[in-house]
Ligand binder design. Sequence first.
Ligand SMILES: Cc1cc2nc3c(=O)[nH]c(=O)nc-3n(C[C@H](O)[C@H](O)[C@H](O)COP(=O)(O)OP(=O)(O)OC[C@H]3O[C@@H](n4cnc5c(N)ncnc54)[C@H](O)[C@@H]3O)c2cc1C
Length: 460
Amino acid sequence: MLSADHIRALKQIAGADNCFDDKPHRLAYAYDATRMSLEPDAVVFPRGENDVSAILRYCNDKGVPVVPRGAGTGFTGGSLSAKGGVVLAMEKHMNQILEIDFENMLARVQPAVINRDLQNAAEELGLFYPPDPASQDYCTIGGNVSENAGGMRAAKYGITKDYVLALRAVLPDGSVIRAGKKTIKDVAGYNIAGLIIASEGTLAVITEITLTLLPKPRFTETAMGLFQSVEDAMNATYKTFASGAVPVAMEFLDNLTIRAVESAYKKGLSVDTGAMLITDVDGNTKDDVEWQLSEIEKVFKENGATTFYRARSQSERDAIWFARRNASQSMKFYGPDKMNEDITVPRSALPELLRRIKKIGEKYDHNIPCFGHTGDGNVHVNVMTNKQDAVKYHNAEKAIREIFEAAIDLEGTLSGEHGIGLSKAPFMSMAFTTAELELFRTIKRAIDPKNILNPDKMGL
Ligand SMILES: Cc1cc2nc3c(=O)[nH]c(=O)nc-3n(C[C@H](O)[C@H](O)[C@H](O)COP(=O)(O)OP(=O)(O)OC[C@H]3O[C@@H](n4cnc5c(N)ncnc54)[C@H](O)[C@@H]3O)c2cc1C
């Protein structure tokens, strides 16, 4: 618990109606999407950068932990209070789009702007903000930058880091810094923005973000391929990108996932299909889009596609995407509890990765449905288990460890988009050498010597 003196001081800084230590507030800010629950001692809603600075200065002096928080949609416990202290909830006051600069094609936003709101505001001007995490209707840009979030369009358009031009942020001692510029080129000084991106709130609290925008492509089309095996679909994925076509999205569902979606929604999906690939292509001319689709059709068929179907209307596009959009929530078909990881490998390693996951599932007698963003090598692996069954659950944990080992062995990563937070922290030593981990800790110590900012995250 924080002492009455601390609460009084925080109320003085942020205003009494922006600082709470009552049980309902502590409970409401104890969760993210992991289903873990860790209560903070207080929740503070800063009114702007000055409040963030004063709160951090105070907490740094007093050794009070501070956990920045966007919308709390993280999948790894990043916005949870591992050591109590203060949750700095940006959503209430720091949620404005400050500027959309059409001439320079950029946006300047406060951290708690919802991803979808920025996309809509850009599109009203004929511009385009590509990063589109599936949580785009509620996650914040500050959370996206801190996790370096990706989305369906990452295969062509990249991820959040590719759009961050500049940041304003507050360091643990309260100092305000600017990192990066509005310019496309900026090679003066260390790339501090690059360091803060994906740092999961452990180095600085982001108070403003300048993002680059693109012109909105004029045409987008959707197609779908069905395959007898996951290997065929994975081969088709990486060979498509080598063909010269650049799909915006290339998403896949394996047979177990197709069965789960069909069982939940009865959409007439063929439950004997080995795998489904869904792809979007875009461009500024119909000819370009048409050329890309025919290349993709050719590659799919050369790699065993039994069906290739192009959507002819928006409703057909929506119908095709339905299966992918509802994959995650269909997983409970296989068990009450899900261990959901987002490993990522180089695209050409996808066939081998999926082979190894299948073997791991057989070894531990677990269903492991897989789906995800194969266009960027990112597979959502769902080890379906039951927490009430101790043996089964222990086997699921062993399966997860072996899946991580497979990803790393194939030169991939523990996480393509969800970050490390608390839940993947125990696996960091599997992915990094002692010297690499010590470098992370040296950076953390240099910026946050008292370890007040989001302590215990990322295995630091
Ligand atoms: C249904 C669902 C679908 C999802 N789909 C995707 C997906 O497709 N792609 C993807 O990448 N992720 C996805 N996610 C995960 C999640 O939405 C992203 O990680 C997102 O970026 C988190 O944003 P948030 O605002 O909720 O951040 P939070 O969960 O509140 O915080 C995440 C991390 O960022 C830090 N943080 C937040 N704001 C700041 C700030 N201003 N300064 C410093 N640190 C800060 C927090 O301390 C924490 O470590 C999904 C989640 C759900 C629930």
